[in-house]
Design a protein around this ligand. Structure first.
Ligand code: C2O
Length: 548
């Protein structure tokens, strides 16, 4: 382990974008943070403050998962915590980010996982390998943006720019000279790892004049398919091969919103980087020319988004469970809390003088405030959570339209759902539309899951079950729930711990769109949660609890 003073640390740093300088949180002053490069099979010991390895399975090492109050208490100012874990069985691209309020708006970076030492890619070895991280930028401190939204009860301001590797690019004020250049070798095949690290927005992505051959997603390989547009929900990654077979020139790489929610405000701008052909080796020279712009789908082009997200297949035999032990039906949606009559209008700025909320199965998830769930579970501390998260919603209804009023105002609670070790689990995730239909990229910690089906409207077991793909469904860690629709995921509960499942639009997490799956220990070392590391941020003592 590196010593704390030499390890990465989170600090406030002045960053200038769109002609304005902001103080934001960064890792070591870098925005975005550094790319971590590892191999499948590596065992990592990392000193990192406020970190989460998004998508790393953390088998038996839930202690290193990262989310505050779920698997650890927050690291105290000046304190440190060393995350120890293995990368096993995952290859491709993941990322890391802070998991505390909106800190991740600026505290994030790529995690590149190459094949095991001695192994090769299941495709032609790319000449170059580049990371393209999509993000969002506010002309304000993002922590102030969410604080203000929580105060008013309304929606937070939308971002002022999207970014590629932290830079808005050519189409924004004061951004041209810093536009990111992604080099490719003329005539060669290049791998581009696309990550959606945006806080609240699903994004379309395209590169002018180039076909994208999708070979991986969320650190699993997929059966290659070719497309001109990607759509990524926050949390998702997509690895593409591009053949640099066009006339040597410069081509725009561009991303902009896929905003299918009806009437919800969104940032309608476009971020760009430049794909630049390198010719004549030694030294390779970039070609300068005016870049060509790709045509991106309209912001509400659901057909293109759906065609893309349903193109994913696993490349070989899968381990998708065919028999199910535990079947859940979980609704995911927004809600509105009425305001007490005495509340001031300025704190009730959701529609009809209410406050926004969100829930799964009508339970709005509340983080514990002085304990983490994993510590409470491991040490048997009562009173931190209850195990009565319901396996289905309290009432069934037409989730896509006329939603029962009883679902508008969820209950609040720290409720988890218990799973036996080894259980074969199916979850139908059904979006609800309370006053507007919304997107929800649903992410589960600790697991990759098979997406066996997705569709629009209300999930209907009688007709939809027959459409399940139990042959070659894709393995992902985040599923973009279709607006006014549903998705069905399956996995084996083979990783003990407390795993949060949440919408990866951060504004929705704050409103409670989350729940926790508590997977019990099984028998044997590989089925048992390890002992907590000695430097795990301690559970506060009684005294500290009183002060807090
Ligand atoms: Cu990428 Cu719970 O997060």
């Amino acid at each position: 382990p590196r010593s704390p003073s030499s390890g990465p640390h989170v600090q406030e740093t002045k960053v200038t974008r769109l002609c304005k300088t902001q103080k934001v949180m960064t890792v070591n002053g870098q925005f975005p943070g550094p790319t971590l490069e590892v191999n499948n099979g590596d065992s990592l010991v990392m000193f990192f403050v406020k970190m989460r390895m998004h998508g790393v399975r953390q088998i038996t090492t839930a202690w290193a998962d990262g989310p505050e109050f779920i698997t650890q208490c927050p690291i105290r100012p000046g304190g440190s915590y060393t995350y120890r874990f293995m990368i096993s069985g995952q290859e491709g691209t993941l990322w890391w980010h802070a998991h505390s309020s909106w800190v991740r708006a600026t505290v994030y970076g790529a995690l590149v996982i190459r094949p095991k030492v001695g192994d090769s890619y299941p495709f032609t070895k790319p000449k170059r390998d580049s990371v393209v991280v999509l993000g969002e930028w506010w002309n304000a401190n993002p922590l102030d943006v969410i604080r203000e939204a929580m105060r008013t009860g309304g929606a937070p301001n939308v971002s002022d720019a999207y970014t590629i590797n932290g830079q808005p690019g050519d189409l924004y004020n004061c951004s041209t000279k810093d536009t990111v250049i992604v080099p490719v070798d003329s005539g060669e095949t290049n791998l581009i790892r696309v990550i959606n690290a945006a806080l609240n927005q699903q994004l379309f992505f395209s590169i002018a004049n180039h076909k994208l051959t999708v070979v991986g997603a969320d650190a699993s390989y997929v059966k290659p398919f070719t497309t001109s547009v990607l759509m990524l929900g926050p949390g998702q990654t997509t690895d593409v091969l591009i053949k640099a077979d066009q006339p040597p020139a410069r081509y725009y790489i561009a991303a902009r919103a896929y905003a299918s929610a009806q009437g919800a405000p969104f940032d309608n701008t476009t971020t760009t980087a430049i794909l630049e052909y390198k010719t004549a080796p030694c030294p390779a020279k970039g070609v300068s020319s005016k870049p060509v712009m790709p045509s991106l789908p309209a912001f509400n082009d659901t057909n293109t988004a759906t065609a893309f997200s349903t193109s994913f297949r696993s490349p070989g035999k899968t381990l998708v469970p065919t028999k199910i032990d535990d079947s859940l039906f979980i609704t995911a949606g927004l809600g509105l809390n009425p305001c007490p009559p005495t509340a001031s209008a300025s704190t009730c700025q959701a529609p009809n003088r209410t406050r926004f909320t969100a829930s799964m199965n009508n339970v709005s998830f509340v983080l514990p405030s002085n304990f983490s769930l994993l510590q409470a579970h491991h040490h048997g501390v009562p009173g931190v959570f209850t195990t009565d998260f319901p396996a289905k919603p309290p009432v069934t209804f037409d989730y896509t339209g006329n939603v029962s009023r009883s679902l508008w105002t969820p209950t609040r609670g720290t409720k988890v759902y218990k799973l036996k070790y080894g259980a074969k689990v199916q979850i139908v995730i059904q979006g609800t539309s309370i006053f507007t239909a919304e997107n929800h990229p649903i992410h589960l910690h600790g697991y990759d899951f098979y997406i066996v089906a997705e569709g629009f409207g209300n999930f209907n077991p009688a007709t939809d079950t027959s459409k399940f793909n139990l042959v070659d469904p894709p393995l992902r860690n985040t599923v973009s729930l279709p607006v006014n629709g549903w998705a069905v995921i399956r996995f084996v509960a083979d990783n003990p711990g407390t795993w949060i499942m949440h919408c990866h639009l951060d504004v929705h997490i704050g409103w409670g769109l989350a729940t926790v799956l508590l997977v019990e220990n099984g028998v044997g070392e590989l089925a048992t949660l390890q002992q907590p590391p000695a430097d795990l941020p301690a559970i506060p003592t009684q005294d500290q609890t009183k002060q807090a």
